[in-house]
Design a protein around this ligand. Structure first.
Ligand code: G3P
Length: 217
């Protein structure tokens, strides 16, 4: 399972990278704004800064909602760095742009996916990644994890190579459940990744080992 971090915060990206388990980064306009990164030039520079920290894929989202605008913005994003994956919204022009980029060998992450039908279209258009937002489905009393199972089944039925990138992951159990269900990738906050580490018996056991070592030395 690949681990992506879902943030535009460079310090958090560095911390996850230093842990040695980071496979990539996802961002979106809201995450950029949260870090105070505004204006086209600053945003583009920030993507390059992220690419220079991590070894893996970095999703960079277009703002345009029409085909021509998405193509223009997506090509500029893809030109920034070989690690960039163009992130497109799940609307009709987004699917058209996905096919356009895929035919040109530019990788795409289809975002804002909330149904199995949307995920099927993304795979048919050749997306490298599809991003079902599980946390936002949970927010409206709909089972986000069930969507991961449905997409896994459909993709396996037909051998689609599009990777299921579980997004809007909010906590550690989301990561574990997505791993059980066969999501290829998860993207979540640093807190959810670090939460995987925690177990009181690990802390108690380590304290005991150190105390016993000290007795004999
Ligand atoms: O990866 C998608 C993500 O950025 C949305 O997460 O927590 O705002 O639903 P959230």
């Amino acid at each position: 399972m690949k681990f992506f971090i879902d943030t535009a915060n460079l310090e958090q990206i560095k911390e996850a990278q230093a842990l040695g388990v980071l496979d990539g980064v996802t961002t979106n306009p809201s995450l950029m704004a949260k870090e105070g990164i505004t204006g086209k030039d600053n945003i583009l520079k920030h993507y390059v800064a992220i690419c220079n920290i991590v070894n893996g894929d970095v999703s960079a989202e277009v703002i345009a909602t029409d085909f021509d605008g998405m193509v223009r913005e997506g090509e500029a994003l893809a030109d920034l760095h070989p690690q960039i994956v163009v992130k497109l919204p799940m609307i009709a022009d987004g699917i058209k742009a996905c096919k356009y980029f895929t035919d040109k060998g530019i990788r795409v992450n289809m975002t804002l996916v909330f149904s199995a039908g949307q995920a099927l279209l993304a795979a048919k258009a050749g997306a490298t990644y599809v991003s079902p937002f599980i946390g936002r489905l949970d927010d409206i009393s709909t089972d986000g994890l069930n969507l991961i199972s449905e997409i896994r089944l459909i993709y396996d039925n037909y051998g689609y190579e599009t990777e299921i990138l579980a997004a809007s992951v909010r906590h550690t159990m989301h990561i574990i459940d997505c791993a059980k269900l066969g999501a290829d990738v998860m993207t979540g906050p640093l807190s959810a990744i670090m939460g995987l580490l925690k177990h009181p018996l690990t802390d108690i056991g380590l304290a005991q080992f150190l105390a016993d070592y000290k007795k004999g030395n």
